[in-house]
Design a protein around this ligand. Sequence first.
Ligand code: ADP
Ligand code: MG
Length: 238
Amino acid sequence: MARLELKSVRKSFGSTAVIHGIDLVVEDGSFTVFVGPSGCGKSTLLRMIAGLEEVSSGEVHLDGIRCDHLLPSARGMAMVFQSYALYPHMNIHENLRFGLVCQKTPKAEIEPRIQRAAEILQISHLLDRKPSQLSGGQSQRVAIGRAIVKQPKAFLFDEPLSNLDAELRVKMRGEIVALHQRLKATMVYVTHDQVEAMTMADTIVVLRNGRIEQVGSPAELYARPVNQFVAGFLGSPQ
Ligand code: ADP
Ligand code: MG
């Protein structure tokens, strides 16, 4: 469980500012979706939370402790990418095990954690296979499993379903929401897909050009969008 707080977080690449001072609280146990058009800074913001990108200024706090100076591995978060990022030369069991060995998980805990994650994601029958022998949906389950075994305080998802076909995408949305309900962990989920945001989130953060336009529940944003952009983007009648 984790409460995340961003304080005046900014990011520039060279002289180009892409995140313009974000203040945001992600409540403990929430499913928060960052949504906005391509290029608005969703991934950059998520990567700064994960520690994969340095903040140019501002602070990231996890459970009240400042963590923007910590290495990604020390932050207690796990990230799931669109590209799955599985190790091609390792089988699925080894893919799940690798992160645990790296974070020096006690030996006795490793196998039970792998088996539990495999059971949750229904990939127990795939543990001997190589990533190249999996479908897109199976690969994404393994990528999520690799996050679960780490027992992170927060899960960070960057467009995890974009590479899947429409039908599987809808199915996996439901599975990720069910996973959130089961694990009760804080999840931050990035997507450019409005329907995904509206159906999965308990809190939506609408981003445009590196700024927050509005934060609220799907119902609030739909019923009371603060401006034309939010209304148009989320398809509200206005
Ligand atoms: P989104 O995920 O919402 O599509 P990104 O966070 O990937 O947006 O990108 C936001 C902006 O920052 C874009 O204009 C992008 O070109 C720029 N950007 C992202 N990463 C880098 C980088 N490593 N170097 C320079 N510009 C970058
Ligand atoms: Mg992105």
